[in-house]
Write a protein that binds this ligand. Sequence first.
Ligand SMILES: *[C@@H]1O[C@H](CO)[C@@H](O)[C@H](O)[C@H]1NC(C)=O
Ligand SMILES: *[C@@H]1O[C@H](CO)[C@@H](O)[C@H](O)[C@H]1NC(C)=O
Ligand SMILES: *[C@@H]1O[C@H](CO)[C@@H](O)[C@H](O)[C@H]1NC(C)=O
Length: 954
Amino acid sequence: MLPLVVLAAAVICFKSGQALLPCERSGLCSIGKTAPYVGNVDSSTGLHAALEARSYRREVILMATDSEQLLPVRQAVHNLLRLGLEHVLLMSASGPDCVRVAGAVPSAGCVWLDFELPVFGADSAAVPIAAPMWHNRYRLACRAVRLRYNTFIVDTDTIFFDDPYVYFKSPPFADFTIINQPEVLYNQDDYVNEVRPNGGVLYIQNAAPDGPAAWLLSEVTDRLLRWIEDGFNTTRHTHDVLTWCNYMDQDGLRDAISSVMMGRIFFASAMRDCRVPEWVQQHGPEYDDINFAILRHMGEGPGEAFVKSEHVQLPPVMQPAAGGEQQVLIRHFAMRQPAYEPWNASYGPYLYPRRRGVLSKQWLSQLTEDCGGCALWPDPEDPSPAVVAAARATPPERYLLAPPFLLGNWFSRGRFGHWNRALSPQGPQQVVGHLHYIPDTDTIVSKSVARMAAGQFDWLLAAATPAAGPGLGGGGSNLYLLMRGSRTTSMAPSLATSYAAGGGALGGGGGSCGGGGGALQAGSPHLVAYHPQLLADLAAAGSWRDYSALLVALATAAEAMGRVPVWPDMPCSAGWIADRGPEHASMLPLDIRTEWVPYGRRRNRLMCCWHMLLHEACVAGGRGMLSLEFAHWMAGARLQYPVEPGAHNTVGTLAPGTAAGSQQHAGGGGSSSYSVAAGRTASDAAKGQQGRPVPLPSGISASAAAAMSRELSWWGQQQAASEGAALAAATSETETAAEPTEDAPSSGGADEARGLAGVSTGVSMGDGSSSGSGSTMDDVGRAMGAQWRKRFQVYSVAREEVMLAWGIRATFAHRVLYLRYPINVTFAPGTDAAWALSNTLNECRATNPAAIEESIANKPHYNTTPTDLWVDYVPAAIGGPGGAIRPSAAIPGYNVPEHHVESASSSGGSSSGATDSSHESGSGNAKDMRIASGETVQQQPVVPIPVERRRRHR
Ligand SMILES: *[C@@H]1O[C@H](CO)[C@@H](O)[C@H](O)[C@H]1NC(C)=O
Ligand SMILES: *[C@@H]1O[C@H](CO)[C@@H](O)[C@H](O)[C@H]1NC(C)=O
Ligand SMILES: *[C@@H]1O[C@H](CO)[C@@H](O)[C@H](O)[C@H]1NC(C)=O
């Protein structure tokens, strides 16, 4: 059944009208043509049977996984199925583990090797537990290649945007025996100098079983075995080389590559990277001499002297993935069979023990037994002239460091927008994308998010995949990150509250709500999110500090309410994200700061998700839901519950007469224009004459609630077309990016887009009545060139009042509550709840300014976007029918923190009192004081950053 569904999806995704699977262009459609296989592949019989079952036309895709994290491998396997490729051979660490893997991926099954790399000796504690499995992956790959199977080694954190065989099997790539992802970590432009391979994405085709490619794979295995079986005597004790030197597949691959480049055994990278630091210190000149000798011979890198760069023509079928280019640069070299040469000590010590030991002999004999005694390569350590001559006579094979569009990683391509359809309508500019490296995040979180951002996250699979780790009782699913257990994070207290309330409110019964735990497992946590209008305001946040302060505020509100916060994302065009100017947030290559994951369906409105949020401590165990997840959650929830933002589920509105409240409704005119500057819509203004608080139905009679709801239905309706584009963009994106890109036919679209782009004009275009300051189009133009900041007011309120008005018990019927204005909740000092909250805030990097500062301190940036805080905290109370916010006196320890210091300029009393925002004293602050004290201030809560400051850095 599943394959059928997948197949149908693939058919639809491909060219309309033509019912073609993507794989039909390569002729390697294996879907339905392989059989699952579960078994041990130590023996030749087992190996032959497994390859027979799992291959198609002598092609096999080899992936290694353990059963701890099954979602990545399931995503990868199903991704291949959508292309029509089923010939995946899954490998795991052990029999029992394989059974679990096979259960999760029944179409493939699972194989394992009983051989376990012995990990011992100095520094072995630093070797990851999974290292023996990675080692076995190369063993298996080498054995398959020896049996003349074309083998594609791929990590499970890869996205197949297109059938790779379309590329591998045609010129200019068809005559490369090895096609390997270049390491190119940071930026694809580095490809021109790259000589290092990435060990996780490597294709071997048409390799001679006794040729250099097969030798190369064998060598990755062999070198480590020879050092281990020698007890590291030769390396560590004799030559001061670290015991577990370059044990990781790709580092081992580099040494092996230096050997096939030179046509002799060589240890280029071990000499440079693996000498014991104390030795290097004591033998500086000797160490330098060795490295100079190697570099002189091999070129910088080392290896550049051997790698050739060349521009090649691409056939039309490959051009879309290469961004429309007809030619690309490729880098390649000839692999020569290593032959014996007397060791030249100027390249350092010879690192192999004189004699082979048990492990490496067993390895070589396994290689011959597999194929019934077929020949090995000429032994590169055998000095006899015949063997040397045979080695030299072995035909070379070609090695390609793949151009990044063919095999590339997220950080060097995806984050620049090349994986995004909105920026390349012809399709993603990537054939195989490797998520690989997403710095300063928990990769289990960020890799899922990068998949979501690429529109390649399969939500159904996620829902059907049990969460790993100490989960939330009863084994939650992997659907949302909040359902994951976490090694470092206990269940958020807010969620515990939610469970308790669920049990209480529902009397422990299932019923329609399914009880607390049930509701959570069904993907229906109770959430609190910023209202779309507040999100639109947020787009004008002027620095990460403001943004983080609003995340903190949301976290405190969520904690007090017993709900899970929905972390808002930022428009990528914000001045402190696209710090070379907003135009760099809508064209390839994106030029935005490195700590953001861009996504979106419209090129002018790309949204950005912050690396600081991509930590288990911010999401797992109910800590938070990401906007990308929320968009998916909404798509399902809106069919069942009234979850669209509306009067019934929006809280945190301002009481009548509240300064900011009346200011909010001060605008005139009934047009549909939209002024982000004032943080309001015209429709907001249009209905504003009564300035009424939005109560919740809970405390009032049903008919009153209905009346209120009717009265305030604009929230649901008028917003529908252009509703908080932040949300809309996010929502639409996650429906796998197959749909065509189009712009919303929204009358207020232009303004809205600008607002969300963080570039507010400060005047309300198309609405004369509110731009009464005599601004001209020139002003508008100038204003748009500058970055604008919004000064935020956050209402500082007491936890008790929030719980009473909007706590989970009072609001359980609402799956999601929207906050129209930000509140920062004070918890009574010394209580468990206060302690738990401060723990949460400290652990999640996004809500810990000191940790953020540390994290971005060393990251490149182009301008000096100020990072001072432009948030005013206004002491407030929640009260009245339905609970509206009104400014009130500050009561330290109750509605403001204990250490609260009353601002000098604050008039105190019940209608004022912004908390001291220390270093801030500019006009903005004074104006906000006026707002806080009830004075209506027209215009300009948004203040430009001086233009000169930006120009300097152009
Ligand atoms: C260690 O290696 C050195 C040099 O190759 C050799 O002389 C010595 O006998 C070895 N010791 C052991 C215990 O293998
Ligand atoms: C060893 O290599 C160096 C260059 O690194 C070269 O100058 C020298 O002649 C070589 N020695 C022998 C014996 O080949
Ligand atoms: C916001 O609330 C948190 C939690 O109560 C508190 O630690 C923090 O000091 C508050 N922020 C301000 C500026 O009042």
